[in-house]
Write a new protein. Structure first.
Length: 305
């Protein structure tokens, strides 16, 4: 909160501060710290403000941290991962509902209202959706003011920078790699996972799209983390395509989420044919655009080679 009682603007992800002379564990510490900073800078706004961007950026911070856990797991002590990874996952779930309702109201329902302003069913969905969003926002405030949240921040920070090197498992071979070699190995594993799923993109059902979205998100976060030590010339084209694909997959996931949320709200237990048709039509357009972008993506050379 600022001196005049207002809140600073929502804080987006802080750029990676890793350098080539860091060890993999030092890089993890730097990335984890930047995630904590982003989370805490959005904390007050997420609790007290109605602007949904605070909650969104708090969730981004937690997602990035969880991705870092997974990416750097070969050089982290198993006890450290087993203790904290589930706790951050649970916190992320506590913030998820508010963001889902906001996206539904702004990205799905608003265009429908503009196209069909006299549709009574949409009026009902708007009223119930806004009420559900308000309830979810209150839940966010409760989650971020609980003792468990403060304890998580304190204990995680203490373990992260413990002089006893609690985050390190010295018995693992990868802990002795240079950061560049470690990055290449981990990025290649992420890319191989994406390639395997892309080769089966003809399936393109909701379950497969979800797996594809998670794989692309992990690859994108890994690239973001390692950007300072990667060749910049090839990185831009690769990242641009990756971002486009992730955006398309995210919007497709929003359609699936919208159908689920509408099912909860609709007075008849299911959406009218108008709404079902709108979502189905938009989904097909997005799938077509995704297929074209995937074809372009597989032709781009990996920038870390």
């Amino acid at each position: 909160m600022l001196a005049d009682g207002s809140f600073a603007q929502p804080v987006k992800a802080i750029g990676s501060l890793v350098t080539k002379d860091m060890s993999p564990v030092e890089a993890f510490r730097s990335i984890a710290l930047s995630c904590l900073v982003q989370l805490q800078r959005n904390e007050a706004g997420a609790i007290f403000e109605k602007n949904p961007e605070y909650v969104h950026q708090a969730r981004v911070a937690i997602r990035r941290l969880r991705s870092a856990f997974n990416l750097f797991s070969p050089v982290l002590a198993p006890a450290f991962v087993e203790d904290f990874s589930p706790r951050w996952r649970e916190l992320a779930r506590g913030l998820g509902s508010a963001r889902d309702w906001d996206v539904f109201l702004t990205e799905t329902l608003a265009p429908l209202e503009e196209a069909f302003p006299d549709e009574d069913d949409l009026v009902v969905l708007r009223a119930k959706g806004e009420a559900s969003k308000d309830e979810a926002q209150i839940s966010v405030g409760t989650t971020l003011t609980q003792k468990a949240y403060s304890q998580l921040l304190l204990t995680f920070s203490a373990a992260l920078f413990s002089v006893k090197r609690a985050t390190i498992d010295d018995s693992k071979k990868l802990s002795g790699l240079s950061l560049r070699k470690f990055a290449r190995r981990r990025l290649q594993k992420r890319a191989a996972m994406v390639d395997g799923l892309v080769s089966e993109h003809g399936k393109m059902n909701a379950e497969h799209r979800h797996e594809l979205r998670i794989a692309f998100k992990k690859l994108r976060y890994a690239l973001d983390f390692f950007t300072p030590i990667l060749p910049p010339k090839r990185l831009t084209v690769y990242q641009n395509s990756l971002t486009t694909i992730q955006d398309l997959l995210g919007t497709l996931n929003d359609q699936t989420t919208a159908s689920r949320l509408i099912g909860k709200l609709h007075p008849k237990g299911e959406p009218e044919s108008l709404i079902r048709g709108w979502i189905a039509g938009r989904t097909q357009l997005l799938i077509k655009a995704l297929s074209s972008e995937l074809s372009r993506f597989v032709a781009i050379r990996n920038p870390w080679h």
